[in-house]
Every structure is written in C-alpha cells, then in structure tokens.
Design a protein. Structure first.
Length: 190
C-alpha cells in the first residue's frame, strides 16, 4: 500500500509515519529527512539545498522527484511506502503518479491531518522553549513554511480529492487518537 501523509508543517506527519512504519512495515519516505541527511553529510546536494531549507522555501521539484524515485526502488518499498512531506507541489504529485504507474503501482490513499494554524505556531514555540526545535523551527521560517504550504501544497487536496483518495483526520486530537483514526481509515480502505 502506498500512503501519502498530508498536512502543513508541524501537523504530526512524521510522528504518524513512524507509527505506520512500525505497525505495517511500510518504510517512511520523508524528503525533509533525506535532505537534512545530505546537509549533515556535507554532500554537493546538501550544500545546494541548505540555504533553501533554512529559509523554509521548497527545493526544486526535479531534485526531490529524483531522490524519491531512487529511494522507492530499494527493496524495502516492494510492498509500498508512507510518503511524508512529499509531494508538495502539483508537479511533484504528477511525477509521483507517473513514477508509480511505470512500476504498476499507485497511491492508494492520502491521509490529510487537519490542524489549526494558530496551534501549529504554538507547537513550534513550545519546541523552541524545550530546546527540541529544528534549525528551520523559528517563528519567521515557520510562517514562511505555512505560506508555502497554503500556496503550493494545499492545492494537492483538490488533485487527490478528484481521484477520490483523500481521508481527513483531526490532527489536533491527542497523538494516540490520531493514530487510531488513521488505522481505522486504512482498515476500512482495504
Ligand atoms: P519537512 O521536514 O518535510 O518539513 O521539510 C523541511 C524542508 O525541506 C522544507 O521546508 C523544504 O525546504 C524541504 N523539502 C522537504 N520536502 C520537500 C519537497 N517535497 N519539495 C520541496 N522541498 C522539500
């Protein structure tokens, strides 16, 4: 099964992706994690994207599409994957559909984690206070990331909605409740 976890930055996609990996054996394909690993390794790609991540802008579509296609061809994705933070633009979604179609696969379901933006900013402030914030977790960058989400990523809801694939879950509920709601939606889907 190929699942897209969808929602604004800070909605809890990463947390829920890890649960799905553990419970269903589907690897988490997080472009954000992969890009941060490149930056940490100091690779040419990492050097190219570091400034973009620091600002909260999107790296070029071709870059992330390439990363995802390579990652998806590893054997652990044979039964599918959980896409976390990808796709983020219509062009990425189209490329993903084409990439999967070539492999006689498809996106089965898109789980939208619906959250209130004011709460997201509060969560970031909390992470800063606790010292668990990421480099791009500061109020200015987060506001930019939310704007980018609204302009470039939110239109994907319509793209996948037209394909009848979107299941919306209340992302503001406690983590375990969100996990249960996702599990129920996926079990019903099968
Ligand atoms: P994330 O960890 O998913 O919040 O991603 C962190 C940052 O990595 C984003 O703010 C972007 O700069 C970059 N990024 C991650 N995934 C993508 C993507 N699919 N397309 C473009 N940029 C991305």
């Amino acid at each position: 099964m190929n699942i897209v976890l969808f929602g604004p930055p800070g909605a809890g996609k990463g947390t829920q992706a890890k649960v799905l990996t553990e419970k269903r054996g589907l690897p988490q394909l997080s472009t954000g994690d992969m890009l941060r690993a490149e930056i940490a390794a100091g690779s040419p790609l990492g050097q190219k994207v570091e400034g973009i991540l620091a600002k909260g802008d999107l790296v070029p579509d071709a870059t992330v599409i390439d990363i995802i296609a390579n990652r998806y061809d590893r054997p652990d994705c044979a039964k599918g994957a959980v896409f976390d933070g990808f796709p983020r633009t219509i062009a990425q979604a189209e490329a993903l559909d084409a990439m999967l179609a070539k492999r006689v696969k498809k996106i089965d379901v898109v789980i939208e984690l619906k959250v209130d933006e004011a709460i997201l900013l509060g969560r970031v402030e909390q992470r800063i206070k606790e010292g668990t914030a990421r480099a791009d977790d500061n109020p200015v960058t987060v506001k930019n990331r939310l704007g980018v989400y609204r302009n470039q990523t939110a239109p994907l809801l319509d793209y996948y909605g037209k394909q009848g694939k979107v299941i919306t879950v209340n992302g503001m509920a406690p983590i375990d409740d969100v996990t249960r709601a996702i599990a129920a939606a996926l079990d019903k889907h099968r």
